[in-house]
Design a protein around this ligand. Structure first.
Ligand code: CDP
Ligand code: MG
Length: 720
């Protein structure tokens, strides 16, 4: 075995004398239990000024911990910098206390006097919720009152809220209705290094808002060394650097590439449990299904060793997990089963959320297979897709750093060292270079930014991407040929949906089926509804078949929702029918909120007569009214080609369609080894010509079978 390598095969190298240190050791000599020099904030004893109640004992316990965080020593410096400058950049190692402490400092320092609020943005919903909960405990207030959060379709804040954690996307939406963000005195843009699309757009917008609101402040926080770029962008803003406390982390690589990274990750986690000193484990995987599967396997396997090696508590972490379960990652590892028995440990199996957004204390071992789900976009064929892709070297460094927060740790990279050096790119590309832009472009137009080409993006998107977005919005009627936002565009932008879905919803009254479209759009916006555990695949398929509609998946979702409502939203019913009860709950919530918005916008909520022969036709036509750009046509070869862009695609195996209708509309394009279209419904070529004549303008249509077919159809249609 190579010095740095480890063999993740059965009982292989983990646990022996392996590897060399990579990280430098920084001593903890400086750790002191707080006390003076903290700017007089958060006094011990006394009355909580936010609630006028005495502080609880829990408050004091947490306070002691807070005072140990590296950022605490920089409080005075931070406040002085914020006072003197409009923008301050803060860079600090993950876990140093930036997110939980800095927004609080600002509140305590008086920035929320006179009814103002401090906002702190997060790229991820889970982080916004979890941090709001933590900070409300730290401030000894009730979550949703003084401290709250807002994520899409969920607002847990109120009139008393002085500190609000919200996703970057939500702040962008708030800006649409309040362009000067008048409510806020300070905006903290957190996790700026992640460079999400919404954060990038916010930075551009806020630069302008700050000029018009000299009283407003902004703090940009980042975990990595990119601070200089942010400083420059914000007119040489000063930097506050919070040194982290990192213990050495030994990094190990596999000697050979792993064929199946999920299996390798499971094996490695189990070996750590059997062979390594006590300490908790963090495993990075890419998505819900993979994570749940891995958790199950780790649980089953480790149960055999509980008596000899202690209990292994396994917790998943991903964005669609309900908050109470998310919170479990912070619970203590299990203790020994009996006096003298070995202590247990916990293993958290997480998506990228745990890379920088959430810090779990007590992690000593990190298992990094080297992948995450990333958005990619190809403007030429207008396909945006989430793809499991190799992470960057910067991400790999962040991940390994998670092992050294409380004491020296180990990181097991499930790839070769050569691959780390040669195959991984240095940094992850900003999302704006990998995204479809029509949603953002519509938001910017709504905000009055008309000159998109000269908008001050930190990294401007490809001109082709912008052009595609404008073209799509123009087809959807959201902007005029001159590029100005239309009445329809204004209405579309008010809905928290992508432009195609918004158009679908707003067109639905024309077909008398807004209620049904609302349901379908809500069902599409939540994680997978139909569960299909491998061990019960056949029964799951049979259960799904009860809801199947011969014309496809959108109508099947509608049927499932109706059945769910008929059974009063019963958990047992969901369980028996392999329906994800959480997803259904979310879909109901999304639906209620959208319905409220439509009522406010005076969009009529209509349903066709269920017994009328055209009930489903109306719904399919309304789907077509928003989705006509995502249509594929069956060729004589038996393959589907997407219209106009001519991509060869196959219907995803999860679809209920068992015949191949000539024309299908699809919700997603899934890139794997093959191009799949998922959530697919049969439509008719006449509707395409009738509903979207400007898109299906045959004078400007690429040559091919599809065009011939449309021409034949046009003849039939207009001779009738
Ligand atoms: O933002 P940054 O990465 O600098 O650190 P943070 O998220 O503010 O975390 C500071 C500390 O709070 C860490 O030790 C976390 O483990 C702890 N924390 C927690 O115990 N529970 C949470 N829900 C969030 C953070
Ligand atoms: Mg943070």
């Amino acid at each position: 075995m190579s010095k740095r390598g480890f063999d993740s095969g059965p009982m292989g190298g983990v646990g022996g004398e392996m590897g060399q240190t990579r990280k430098q050791r920084i001593d903890l000599a400086d750790l002191r239990p707080g006390g003076s020099g903290n700017g007089g904030i958060a006094p011990v004893g006394g009355i909580n000024p936010y609630t006028n109640r005495p502080y609880s004992s829990k408050y004091h316990d947490i306070l002691a911990k807070r005072r140990g965080l590296p950022v605490y020593e920089f409080l005075d410096d931070l406040l002085a910098k914020v006072k003197k400058n409009q923008v301050v950049v803060v860079e600090g190692e993950t876990g140093s206390g930036k997110t939980t402490q800095i927004p609080q400092f600002l509140v305590d320092a008086g920035y929320t006097r006179d009814g103002y609020c401090v906002a702190c943005t997060q790229p991820r919903r889970v982080a916004a919720m979890s941090i709001a909960k933590r900070v409300s405990e730290e401030m000894d207030v009730t979550m949703g009152e003084e401290v709250g959060y807002t994520i899409r379709f969920e607002d847990c804040s109120g009139p008393k809220t002085v500190l609000k954690f919200l996703t970057d996307g939500m702040l962008l939406r708030e800006a649409m209705f309040d362009p000067m963000l008048k409510k806020y005195k300070v905006i903290v843009l957190d996790e700026a290094h992640e460079r999400t699309l919404a954060t990038d757009v916010l930075m551009g917008l806020l630069k302008d808002v700050l000029q018009r609101r000299p009283d407003m402040k902004m703090v940009v926080m980042s975990a990595t060394l990119d601070a200089e770029k942010f400083q420059k962008y914000f007119g040489d803003a000063p930097l506050l650097r919070v040194p982290g406390r990192m213990f050495k982390v030994e990094v190990f690589y596999t000697p050979e590439p792993e064929r199946d990274y999920v299996q390798a990750a499971i094996r490695t986690a189990l070996q750590i449990h059997l062979c390594e000193e006590p300490g908790d484990i963090l495993v990075f995987l890419t998505g819900e299904e993979e994570i749940e599967d891995a958790c199950r396997k780790i649980r089953d396997e480790s149960a055999n060793y509980t008596s000899t090696h202690g209990e292994l508590a396994v917790y998943p972490l991903y964005s669609s997990l309900p908050p109470t379960q998310q919170q479990k990652i912070f619970s203590e590892a299990p203790g020994p089963q009996a006096p003298g028995a070995p202590p247990g440990r916990k293993v958290v199996v997480s998506t990228n959320i745990a890379e920088t957004s959430l810090t779990i204390d007590g992690i000593v071992y990190v298992v990094d297979p080297g992948f995450s789900k990333q958005k990619i976009y190809n403007p030429r064929v207008r396909v945006e897709s989430l793809l499991v892709s190799p992470i960057s070297r910067a991400s790999a460094q962040q991940r390994s750093g998670r092992a050294g927060r409380t004491r020296p740790g180990k990181c097991f990279r499930l790839y070769t060292e050569k691959s780390f050096q040669k195959d991984l790119q240095e940094q992850t590309y900003p999302e704006i270079l990998r995204s479809q832009m029509s949603n953002v472009v519509l938001t910017l137009l709504k905000l009055g930014v008309e000159d998109l080409v000269h908008f001050d993006f930190m990294d401007p998107p490809a001109p082709e991407t912008l052009a595609r977005a404008l073209e799509e919005l123009n087809y959807l009627g959201a902007i005029s040929d001159e590029g100005l936002i239309t009445q329809m565009g204004h209405r579309m932008s008010e809905l928290p949906l992508d432009p195609q879905a918004a158009k679908m919803v707003l067109s639905a009254p024309d077909f008398g089926c807004s209620n049904e479209i609302l349901t379908i759009v809500s069902m599409l916006s939540v994680p997978q509804v139909f569960m299909r555990p491998k061990e019960a695949a056949k029964r799951a398929d049979e259960a799904k078949a009860q809801f199947a509609h011969v014309d496809g998946d959108h109508l099947t979702l509608l049927n499932a929702y109706h059945a769910y409502k008929q059974h009063g939203g019963s958990k047992d019913w969901c369980w028996d029918n392999f329906i994800n009860v959480r997803s259904m709950g979310s879909a109901e919530n999304v639906r209620t909120q959208l319905e409220r918005m439509l009522t406010r916008m005076e969009v009529p909520l209509l349903s066709p007569d269920f017994n009328a022969p055209d009930y489903y036709t109306r719904i399919k036509k309304a789907l077509t009214a928003g989705g006509y750009m995502q249509v594929a046509h069956l060729q004589k070869t038996g393959q589907y080609l997407t219209v106009k862009d001519h991509q060869i695609v196959s219907i995803h195996p999860s679809s209920v369609l068992d015949m191949k209708p000539p024309w299908v509309l699809y919700a997603d394009f899934v890139l794997t080894s093959k191009n799949y279209i998922r959530t697919v419904t049969a439509v008719e070529c006449e509707w395409l010509l009738e509903i979207a004549p400007h898109y299906y303008d045959l004078a400007n249509f690429p040559k091919g079978e599809t065009k011939n077919e449309l021409e034949a159809c046009a003849k039939r249609l207009y001779q009738l």
